[in-house]
Design a protein around this ligand. Sequence first.
Ligand code: ASP
Length: 306
Amino acid sequence: MQHLISLEDMDRDRLLTLLDRAQQFAELDARAAQPDSLAGVHVVNLFFEPSTRTRLSFEIAAHRLGADVVNFDAERSSTLKGETLADTFRTVEAMGAQLFIVRHGDSGACELLSELAGSGTHIVNAGEGRNAHPTQGLLDMLTIRQFSALPFEQLSVAIIGDIRHSRVARSDLHALRALGCRDIRVCAPDALLPDAGELHGYRVIDVTDDALRNADVVMTLRLQRERMEDGLVDSLEGYYAGYGIDQRRLSLAKPDAFVMHPGPMNRGVEIESAVADGPRSAILRQVANGVAVRMAVMEALVEHCN
Ligand code: ASP
């Protein structure tokens, strides 16, 4: 594995190896001695879209493994003078950076960079268009494994909300499938469902209450208005009434079900604060697991070349 672009072609064994390693990092106290697997490696955070959790957790993960980290600020870069993504990448690669953490609005941007990259350079997709967000998919699987007593094969997972524009949902769906999950329910207003071809193998359920009934895992997603044509959602109040996860709805799921959200959350739109901050929320664990998963991914990529 030289690059991590998508989970689409990642098989169960590879996923489990990464999750096992991430679990070790999750259990390792951040103040204890860390492996220096990235010592001497220059990591560049090449973000062309906003980010809080992903960028900071990659940065913390890289520091924990002994890397040098540089953050690229697209807003103050030659991108504003018209420099292409490819030229920006070649420029930073020529400076000696080896590991590129890339977030970009265009589907295909990471694939393009992986084709340009030299043999000792690694590209990690940190969220690309609506296409894929593989490290989010991995951290979500790690979180499910930690919170759930059941194996993936026996889980009922309900994914609620703006699946159409969600790279998180796409990566989660690939990973859940590869790990053997059979009962995957998707629920969204019609305008926020992916095209029919993408829904093959999932249960599309129209009514949120029905999608939640006896679910083990409830995943809700942000309304991604930055990627949405105008008019797809009539009103935020109406959306919340139809698809928001509140305490009443959550009570329809299994008693030990838990709720996930990739963040950033719109409280009162996708999720009620009492749920987001409540005892059945796994949201901050997802954030914490982001560091562990990104350590495992970067270590695996760099080890591949040694
Ligand atoms: N942070 C996630 C992403 O970048 C989810 C979101 O923005 O809604 O895709």
